[in-house]
Design a protein. Structure first.
Length: 318
């Protein structure tokens, strides 16, 4: 936010009264929420209506840390909201997404009550950034069909219209962004590439009368499980569908290699958690999220069952 404010003409002197000094920002991981909202309010006053929407348009997936990294492995566009909901339940109580699906339209509600102007502006930035994230993971120009805010409209709507490219409602009962259901069900670019690869391999098996090696199948399943874990533990049907196999066929192919689907889930969870614990910047809660657990305590119990050590004990000896 501060970097973009510099880009729009502000100087370091404009930030001398910030409760968190700009000189300290590079050395801290988080700032208090009230300081963050205060910054939103300052920039709104200094740079006029629409700064929150403009900054949302500048966000990249990498800016969201672990959550943003997890978005890159989503299988369909709307899965980013499922992962966001799991993440915020584990790591934050600031807000959460809720998706309501109708026959043709899906509304993504941003359930965060704005107790001050800075929170209203932050909500605007969040929904603005959502547009960019969905376009990035689908590599398409999909746009929402409607955006709704609980607060009053600003004096100028130019930046809002440019960012959302759809009707924008104010003074509504809820904050949400709405998309065509088919757009949120759209496969992501990464998933399309993976599915195409798997289906080509299945066609080759059928037409050439060959059968891929058991090791190749296991490796493919492991990679898909690893990508799916931030959304929760995947089912064998889900993985089989991506690979163009029935549950029975996938189960048989794993069995031929002396494995069960449950074996692979546990093995990947342990491998991922061991690897992530080597990075001291990853919190235990973040690692629980990335390995498919809905509670940090459940992850800690499982890890101790795998290693006879708690995650904290394991990290100390790495």
């Amino acid at each position: 936010m501060i970097n973009h404010a510099f880009y729009e003409g502000m100087t370091r002197d404009d930030f001398v009264d910030l409760p968190t000094s700009i000189d300290s920002i590079d050395n801290i991981q988080v700032v208090p929420a009230n300081h963050f909202f205060e910054l939103h309010e300052l920039l709104d006053k200094k740079l006029g209506p629409g700064f929150s929407v403009r900054i949302g348009q500048q966000m990249k997936m990498e800016d969201y840390g672990v959550l943003g990294l997890s978005w890159k492995t989503c299988s369909w566009a709307g899965e980013i909201f499922e992962r966001s909901e799991r993440y915020f339940k584990l790591l934050s109580n600031t807000y959460f997404f809720e998706v309501e699906k109708d026959i043709e339209i899906s509304r993504v509600f941003l359930n965060r009550e704005a107790l001050r102007r800075g929170m209203e502006l932050s909500n605007e930035a969040t929904l603005s950034a959502t547009v960019l994230v969905l376009r990035a993971i689908t590599e398409s120009d999909i746009s929402p069909v409607e955006v709704s805010f609980k607060h009053a409209p600003p004096e100028k709507l130019d930046d809002y219209n440019k960012a959302f490219n759809c009707p924008i409602l104010f003074n509504q009962t809820q904050n949400y962004i709405a998309y065509k259901k088919e757009d949120l069900d759209r496969r992501t670019a990464k998933a399309d590439e993976s599915i195409h690869k798997f289906l080509v391999e299945r066609v080759e098996e059928e037409t050439k009368g060959i059968e891929l090696s058991g090791n190749k199948i296991v490796n493919d399943v492991e990679n898909l499980i690893r990508d799916a874990l931030p959304s929760g533990i995947p089912g064998v049907e889900q993985i089989g569908q991506i690979m163009g196999m029935s549950r029975r066929t996938l189960t048989r192919r794993l069995s031929e290699n002396g494995l069960t689907f449950r074996d692979l889930i546990k093995r990947i969870q342990e491998e991922v958690s061991r690897d992530l614990l080597k990075n001291p910047e990853r919190s235990i809660a973040e690692i629980a999220f990335e390995t498919g657990f809905s509670e940090q305590s459940a992850f800690s119990r499982a890890f101790k069952n795998w290693t006879n050590q708690s995650p904290v004990e394991y990290r100390k000896i790495q």
